[in-house]
Design a protein around this ligand. Structure first.
Ligand code: SF4
Length: 229
C-alpha cells in the first residue's frame, strides 16, 4: 500500500515537471486582463526616446569605438517587468537591438511561457555596446555604462526586475556572490524587487539549467501579480 502511495506521489511530481517543460517550450496562454494595462503616463515613452537620443553616440569607454551599433534596449517604456542582460552579442551589435540572436529567441519563448508577450516587457543590457569577441565585460566598462541603466530603470519604473546571468546580477546588486547563491531568493534594487536567473545563452550551453530557470520565472510571475504558472 505504501509503495502504491509512493508511486502515486512520483507520478504526480513527474506530471508537474512535464507541465513545466511544456509551458517552457512555448505553450500559449491567454493574457489576464490586468496584465499589460498602462499604469504610467505616456511621458515615459518620450523620456526614454529623449534619453536614447542623448546617449546613442557615447564613447565613454573603448567599446564605443569598436561597436557597429549602440544597443539601447527595446520593449514597452511602461513595462512592469524589466529583463537585464550583460551586453550585446554579434547579432545584437549588427541589428542595434537587444536579445535578437539564438539566446534572444529563447528569452522570447520564456516570456511567452510566462503568459506574457515580449512587447509587454522592457529588455536591455548593462552595457550598451558589444565587447569584442563576446569577451566578458570589464569593470571599467560596467562603471562607465551603469548610469545609463540606472536612468532607464528610473524612467520605465518596472515593478520587478529580472537579471539574466552573473554579470548583470552582480553589477545591479553590487555583489560578487555566485549565481548559485544569488538564484532562488528575492533581492532588491532601490526599492524594486529583483529576481536573478541564468542568461539564456548559458541555457543554450547547459539545457539542464532550464528547469531551474523556469522555477525562477514562476517566482517572478507570482511576485509580480500573483499568477501561479
Ligand atoms: S558601453 Fe556604455 S559607456 Fe561604453 S561606449 Fe557604449 S554606451 Fe558608452
Amino acid at each position: 500500500m505504501e509503495r502504491r502511495e509512493e508511486l502515486r506521489e512520483i507520478a504526480g511530481q513527474l506530471r508537474r515537471y512535464l507541465d513545466d517543460l511544456a509551458a517552457f517550450e512555448g505553450r500559449q496562454f491567454p493574457l489576464p486582463p490586468s496584465v499589460g494595462e498602462a499604469k504610467r503616463p505616456p511621458a515615459a515613452a518620450a523620456a526614454l526616446a529623449e534619453f536614447r537620443r542623448q546617449i546613442c553616440e557615447c564613447t565613454c569607454c573603448p567599446l564605443g569605438k569598436s561597436r557597429k551599433n549602440f544597443v539601447f534596449g527595446s520593449g514597452s517604456p511602461e513595462a512592469d517587468i524589466m529583463f537585464i542582460g550583460e551586453a550585446p552579442g554579434a547579432e545584437e551589435d549588427r541589428q542595434g537591438l537587444p536579445f535578437v540572436g539564438a539566446a534572444g529567441q529563447l528569452l522570447t519563448k520564456i516570456i511567452e511561457a510566462m503568459q506574457l508577450q515580449r512587447e509587454d516587457v522592457f529588455i536591455c543590457n548593462v552595457l550598451k555596446c558589444r565587447p569584442p569577441n563576446n569577451r566578458d565585460p570589464q569593470p571599467g566598462e560596467i562603471e562607465s555604462c551603469e548610469p545609463y541603466l540606472k536612468r532607464q530603470i528610473q524612467i520605465v519604473r518596472p515593478r520587478i526586475i529580472c537579471t539574466l546571468g552573473r554579470f548583470a546580477t552582480q553589477a545591479l546588486l553590487k555583489t560578487s556572490e555566485s549565481m548559485g547563491r544569488l538564484r532562488g531568493r528575492l533581492h532588491e534594487y532601490e526599492g524594486t524587487p529583483v529576481i536573478a536567473t541564468y542568461h539564456p545563452a548559458a541555457l543554450l550551453r547547459n539545457p539542464q539549467w532550464k528547469r531551474a530557470t523556469w522555477e525562477d520565472m514562476k517566482k517572478l510571475r507570482l511576485e509580480y501579480d500573483g499568477v501561479v504558472l
